[in-house]
Design a protein around this ligand. Structure first.
Ligand code: ADP
Ligand code: MG
Length: 380
């Protein structure tokens, strides 16, 4: 059964009537440019063919009623005049409530609605289910309230929701990627001025995600610490963000920055340069360079930025031994997925081999699957 069918059927079951619209958002994976969006650097994500869908219908009552197949239980009811973050097992709803609240703050007269969320995008695996949930909610809010935002304005409202309601101080990459995705392309995004350049992805490569299945508890606190380290380094270098710094500038300040801030800053400036080189290598079809840049990105995230973990390091090493063109951790780190570029006709064998080898050497199972670049979030 397609996600849309199951989403609409669940809507009928939960709310006892037919849904009127279905919004769909892809997840995203980042090819390169990790932990630089909040320093206004360069990133290169693409929207992936794993989705969250939201079937919805407007309500006369000034409230929202939401239910997710991933959570179950009774639908949550939230009054439009009482939009605030929820705790505990209801906290998943903060991504939805936050988006509604941000549209209201932006002056949109939000109409009540009921909605059901369904999909095949794994939660918390680094494929950005959070941005996808925000995007489908935003599209539903726009539709029932009779307003339309540009994908970039929608992305900013979604980011504000994630900051203020989910408590995650994220950059803008995830929201831009799921809202602007373009089939067959990665998006090279300049997070300083939000210029998006679609880059065609080579058809002879497959994009294989390997989900380590681990999520280390320190992830959230460490994210905020990295952000604070970057801000401290930028202030010592007398720039607004590390986007304005270069490697020679960072090297010259090595002593005054001290070891930790030096390494954090070195990651950001070298990663920004790698994104530009990656774009050139994509355009010229230079597979060796793609692989080397992904390896250097992973090493920098592991050694300088310290956001990898033993499982991800092992998967990256294994991938290169098993014939990947390139492999690196992707997303926030401390678990989640690696992204692997593999020759298309070798992808099935690669998926099988990496799962088997990891199980045999590490005693744990991992999941490997291919993703393809697709269009961004839309009402179906
Ligand atoms: P990622 O964005 O990488 O998947 P996050 O931790 O940023 O990981 O976001 C995952 C959270 O988003 C989940 O823990 C849950 O609160 C919320 N979420 C995402 N998708 C859904 C869904 N389909 N139903 C309910 N909550 C969801
Ligand atoms: Mg997320």
């Amino acid at each position: 059964m397609s996600i849309s069918t199951s989403c609409q059927q669940n809507f009928s079951k939960v709310f006892g009537r037919e849904s009127l619209i279905v919004a769909r958002s892809p997840g995203r994976v980042n090819l390169i440019g990790e932990h630089v969006d909040y320093q206004l650097g360069w990133v290169m994500p693409f929207a992936v063919d794993r989705y969250i869908e939201c079937a919805a219908a407007a309500l006369v009552e000034p409230e929202i009623r939401i239910w997710s197949s991933s959570i179950g239980g009774a639908p949550l009811r939230i009054a439009l005049n009482d939009l605030r973050a929820l705790d505990g097992s209801d906290s998943w709803a903060n991504y939805v409530i936050g988006v509604v609240a941000k549209y209201a703050e932006a002056g949109v007269e939000v109409t009540g609605f009921e909605s059901v969320i369904d999909g095949n995008l794994p939660l918390g695996a680094g494929l950005s289910s959070s941005a996808a949930l925000e995007a489908v909610t935003a599209l539903v809010v726009e539709n029932v309230s009779g307003t339309a935002k540009s994908p970039s304005d929608r992305s900013k409202l979604c980011q504000a929701a994630e900051h203020d309601f989910a408590g995650v101080p994220c950059g803008l990459m995830d929201q831009l990627a799921v809202n602007h995705g373009r089939v067959g392309h990665a998006l090279m995004i300049d997070c300083r001025d939000l210029t998006l350049t679609p880059l065609p992805l080579p058809e002879e490569l497959s994009y294989v995600m390997v989900n380590s299945g681990v999520r280390h508890a320190l992830a959230d606190g460490e994210y905020a610490k990295r952000k604070a380290d970057c801000e401290a380094a930028a202030s010592m270098l007398e720039v607004t963000t590390l986007r304005e710094a270069t490697l020679p500038v960072v090297n010259a300040a090595r002593e005054s920055l001290g070891d930790r801030l030096y390494r954090r800053a070195r990651h950001v400036v070298t990663e920004n340069a790698r994104v530009e080189h990656f774009a050139e290598a994509l355009t010229s079809g230079n597979r060796t360079a793609l692989g080397q840049l992904m390896a250097a990105s992973h090493a920098s995230l592991r050694d300088d930025y310290e956001v990898s973990c033993s499982e991800l390091d092992l998967l990256v090493e294994m991938a290169s031994r098993l014939g990947a063109v390139g492999s690196r951790m992707t997303g926030g780190g401390f678990g989640g997925c690696t992204i692997n570029l593999v020759p298309r006709d070798d992808a099935a064998r690669f998926c099988e081999d990496i799962c088997r080898t990891y199980r045999e050497t590490h005693g744990q199972s991992v999941e490997a699957f291919t993703v393809a670049p697709v269009d961004g979030a839309a009402i179906l």
